[in-house]
Ligand binder design. Structure first.
Ligand code: FCB
Length: 450
């Protein structure tokens, strides 16, 4: 089926996305301080070892990369700012040289007709703040809001679209999974405590940014929207699904939308009550201009064992046949389902698909070409699913392909390749546009592609 940009509307944003830690490298250059992910790499937690600290060398290839994006035809570039590159150990002072890098990035986008979309935080917390307790320390709410405000003051004259936080759920996963060094007590509880502080931090940062940014600039945030499959479950299975979804999706959206936490729907959330202080539920609410949907695939759920009469989801048994390198099952319909289900949520006035993409074990063929048919298939089917939702009148303003170039897929290191541009790590990070890059290029420069 043909994909046409016209079907998505004239003002639709077509972008690519990346995150500072995954692409930049230069982890201790120009006064940058270590982040939790640098530290995790140094302690051997990232597959492939220390090379992860080089990212995909984007810090040193800014113009080359932006030229490739311009030639691809995108109208927006979503990137994040590394907190320890511009604000040292977490509370400043501002590091001029770090800031200049983002000035060049923002200006480089604009001079090529590309809108910069800035994510305030994409997981690379300053290690020094982690040692103070990370997201478990309530004071981090103020630290984060002050950092966000700084960015708004410094880049707000040129950046019109902002995202406060990338996937707080995933940060809970890192904490619960013990990726970072910790001596702070039982991890599931720490993850829940961190969740509450991230919810408070997002809203507080949103308010401070709103006050600092010129009128009309847009503030959104992003969340993991992983619904449980099958989507048409009923009875006990449905109840078990809601138990999980309330923890993974609604526990972020509901507080933002002023609804408090869905304690009734999820036993997993109940221990959180001890961390919620008077006035917190009001303080977690913020009127986002858009909600960023990050969708890779559903959470398959098949059987529902019972513990003490309560359904406990069993995640065994994937629904879909195709899996990405990071074991995520693929189900394009999930995107339509998410948008349908949350279209009336008070935190979701409008949507932007801030991440979608396919991780593969791509390789360069003898002729030097990278044939990533699965990624093209993935993009086509997800864009069709998105168009179905938009045809129903659901307001979606943009789509960002994750990612523009291969990069460090967190604990998987260089193994999960998500780029539409191949990074040849054996040949000085050489950039090789993949077939998927050409596919998007045709779509974005001619208006349609088969
Ligand atoms: C998302 C992350 C992003 C990238 C993709 C594959 O959860 O936000 O940084 O790792 O997964």
């Amino acid at each position: 089926m043909t994909i046409r940009t016209a079907d998505f509307g004239e003002d639709f944003t077509w972008g690519v996305a990346s995150a500072a830690w995954q692409v930049e490298g230069a982890w201790n250059t120009d006064g940058k301080r270590p982040s939790v992910w640098d530290e995790a790499t140094l302690r051997g937690r990232v597959r492939g070892g220390l090379v992860a600290l080089e990212g995909s060398d984007a810090f040193y290839r800014l113009d080359e990369d932006l030229d490739l994006l311009q030639a691809m035809g995108v109208t927006a570039n979503r990137f994040s700012v590394s907190w320890p590159r511009v604000y040292g150990d977490g509370r400043g002072p501002w590091i001029d040289k770090g800031g200049e890098y983002y000035d060049r990035l923002v200006d480089g986008c604009l001079s090529r007709g590309i809108e910069p979309w800035l994510t305030v935080h994409h997981w690379d917390l300053p290690q020094a703040l982690w040692l103070e307790g990370g997201w478990t320390r309530r004071g981090i709410v103020e630290d984060f809001a002050a950092f966000a405000e700084q960015l708004a003051l410094r880049f707000g004259d040129r950046v019109k679209n902002w995202m406060v936080f990338n996937e707080p759920l995933s940060v809970m996963g890192h904490i619960a999974g013990g990726i970072f060094e910790d001596r702070l007590g039982p991890r599931p509880l720490k993850a829940l405590q961190s969740m509450h502080h991230m919810n408070l931090a997002c809203a507080e940062a949103g308010r401070r940014m709103r006050a600092a940014l010129p009128e009309g600039h847009k503030i959104g945030t992003t969340n993991v929207f992983t619904l449980c499959a099958p989507f048409d479950a009923t009875g006990r299975l449905k109840k078990a699904q809601r138990t999980l979804e309330a923890l993974t999706v609604d526990a972020f959206l509901d507080p933002a939308g002023g609804l408090g936490y869905p304690f009734e729907e999820s036993v997993f959330l109940r221990p959180l009550k001890r961390y919620v202080q008077d006035g917190d539920l009001e303080a977690c609410a913020f009127d986002y201009d858009f909600m960023g949907v990050q969708y890779y695939g559903p959470t398959p759920m098949k059987s529902v064992p019972l513990v003490g009469g309560l359904p406990v989801p069993s995640l065994r048994g994937a629904e879909a046949n195709v899996k990405s390198t990071t074991s995520i099952p693929v189900e394009p319909k999930g995107l339509t389902e998410i948008l349908r289900r949350y279209q009336h949520h008070p935190a979701c006035k409008r949507f932007v698909i801030t991440e979608s993409g396919f991780g593969g074990f791509d390789r360069k063929d003898r002729d030097g070409r990278v044939r990533d048919d699965l990624r093209v298939w993935y993009a086509r089917t997800h864009l069709e699913a998105l168009r179905d939702a938009m045809d129903e009148g659901i307001p979606v303003d943009g789509f960002f392909q994750w990612s523009y170039a291969d990069n460090i897929e967190w604990i998987f290191g260089r193994e999960g390749r998500y780029g539409v541009i191949f990074v040849d790590y054996d040949d000085d990070f050489r950039r090789i546009p993949k077939d998927s890059y050409r596919w998007f290029q045709q779509l974005l420069t001619t208006g349609e592609v088969d």
